[in-house]
Ligand binder design. Structure first.
Ligand SMILES: [Zn+2]
Length: 312
């Protein structure tokens, strides 16, 4: 299935564009902030893909993410998000250019997602955490596109700010998608993305050498990471629908509240030097709260670690 390669293949990769490198420029923190804009190059869209592009455009999920970045952060450079079939050579999936200034979202990629969900809703019973009203091809396509776009925005922010990573960039990009959508949107994008990646993993079958050596984690693992962060963000709220129902294994679940606290604190702290003046007070408050939560969750984990280890 093309989408398998599509989603998993290197969205941070691709040929290097000309011009300045990441974070380059004499005054990267100059007063004028770069702006994120979303452009639909509808003239490039083929007849097969017009419907899905119209669906995403009407949903405004790309604009919603762009608006959040524009409100909260001061970017060193402009960023343009292009929904276009006019992509650089070799691009088949959503990709971020190495300088973090352009994100391409090819219509064919959106159509692949839509096709995968058309199969899912016919063949897979609705997972308990997803509302019946959300379990249709259109809604799932929109929600998972919001999550995948969050992943690309994670790359773009890492590249523009030259963020210091303590792990793989692809993990951090997935982490930003969770951080942004769980905090700002709700559970829908994580749940839809988990369903999509589960379906892709099923179609991929046994992991290949290429899959195992990819710069992305193995597909099935990514689906569990999305669920882990969501559950960890509010264990009371999601215990029944995610853990008791068996979607998130009981071996993983006890680690998730501390994992979420670490991710949440990590992103607020990494973004803090780049908060816009309008967002600074609010952002500083969120960073401080995330720090307190990480301290509390780490203490909580220490109390339960013997029990967790001996039950695995
Ligand atoms: Zn990526």
């Amino acid at each position: 299935m093309a989408l398998a390669g599509v989603v998993v293949a290197g969205c941070g990769g691709g040929a290097r564009e000309g011009g300045q490198g990441p974070g380059a420029g004499p005054h990267p923190q100059a007063a004028r902030s770069g702006r994120v804009s979303v452009v639909y190059e509808t003239g490039t869209v083929g007849p097969q893909e017009r419907q899905v592009v119209a669906l995403i455009r009407k949903s405004r999920v790309l604009e919603r993410t762009a608006d959040w970045v524009n409100r909260a952060l001061t970017l060193p450079h402009d960023m343009v998000v292009k929904v276009t079939a006019d992509v650089p050579r070799g691009v088949t999936d959503a990709v971020t250019q190495p300088d973090g200034r352009t994100i391409y979202v090819p219509p064919s990629f959106l159509a692949e997602i839509e096709k995968a969900f058309a199969d899912v809703v016919k063949t897979v019973e609705r997972p308990a955490p997803l509302a019946a009203s959300q379990y249709n091809t259109d809604e799932l396509t929109v929600l998972s596109t919001e999550f995948i776009f969050g992943h690309e925005m994670g790359h773009a922010l890492q590249r523009q700010f030259l963020l210091a990573n303590l792990g793989l960039e692809e993990d951090a990009a997935d982490g930003f998608a969770s951080f942004y959508t769980v905090n700002e949107v709700g559970p829908g994008p994580s749940l839809a993305a988990a369903v999509l990646f589960d379906e892709i993993a099923r179609k991929e079958g046994r992991p290949t050498l290429e899959g195992m050596s990819s710069d992305h984690p193995v597909t099935q693992q990514r689906a569990y990471n999305f669920l882990c962060y969501l559950y960890g963000s509010d264990p009371e709220k999601y215990r029944r629908s995610l853990v008791d129902s068996g979607y998130l294994p009981k071996t993983r679940a006890p680690l998730c509240p501390q994992s979420w606290a670490m991710l949440d604190y990590g992103w607020w702290t990494q973004l803090q030097p780049h908060f816009s003046s309008a967002f600074k007070a609010e952002g500083d408050g969120k960073q401080k709260k995330a720090h307190a939560r990480l301290v509390a969750e780490t203490r909580e984990l220490a109390k339960r670690i013997d029990e967790i280890r001996s039950s695995q």
